[in-house]
Design a protein around this ligand. Sequence first.
Ligand SMILES: [Zn+2]
Ligand SMILES: [Zn+2]
Length: 228
Amino acid sequence: MLDLLFPPVCSACGIRIGRGSQLCHDCLGKLRYLTPPWCSKCGMPQSQGGVCFHCRQNPLSLETVRSVFIYEEPLRGLIHQWKFSDHPELFYFFARQMFLFSQLYSPLASWDLITAVPLHPTRERERDYNQSSLLAEALGKSLEVPFSAKTLQRIRGTQPQSKLSETDRRRNVKFAFHSAPGLANGKRILLVDDLFTTGATLNQCASSLKEAGARRIDGLTLARTPLT
Ligand SMILES: [Zn+2]
Ligand SMILES: [Zn+2]
């Protein structure tokens, strides 16, 4: 009866689909997963392994960063739907993809702690919740690694990164984060975010965690901007 009134539809294109799926076969096929060979540091696909040019010029404070999807349509629209309206089914889909990805690709293997890039407190209130933190928490449950939302705090407001150049992005997030002493000390930490663009935000978070004594930091993001 419920299916007649509210037939399940594809979250991306709206056609009817079977219950229990989020996307139709066509839209699912359009999502591009990142796969090796890739840069051993930032996970950007390249014809062979090793460290990419960008990472050699701008060394990451993280041991590795990996992203599940390329940030393009229809994924971009799905992330937007998930962030700005209530779509729990998309959250489950994304959380599941992150878990499967982390299982497939080591060295995403053994951590003591999972945490997420924090939103500024005022922005968290506006949007109700921090999506990256939800993903990190779900991943922690699946991987059986403790999740902590308190390991990192944003101590300074920043402008939205999307409109800034790479240099300005680095400047914008410098000193924006703080890691409380004790929580990160000696830990191998997986840092989760929704989007990897230049890595400036992840890098600043990782620097703060390192200052607080973290032993190793890896990054995992849901998506990364298309490769140029
Ligand atoms: Zn579709
Ligand atoms: Zn790289």
